[in-house]
Design a protein. Sequence first.
Length: 71
Amino acid sequence: MRIILGVDGMVCEGCENRIKRSLMMIPQVTNVTASHNENKVVVTTSEFIDVENIKKKIEDLDFSVLNVATD
């Protein structure tokens, strides 16, 4: 499963790395890419995961999730 999130508030690679580290702690997450230039985070999972868990992790880091899409 791939989840694409629009994320506001990332301004540098440090922000990207904070999000990556936090999301990689979720057992089902196999890969995370984040781009502050595109305001986008892409999460790949090995199995179904509730998108709300991912949104909460990002929002707990003081970023805003603008939209979510899955494929």
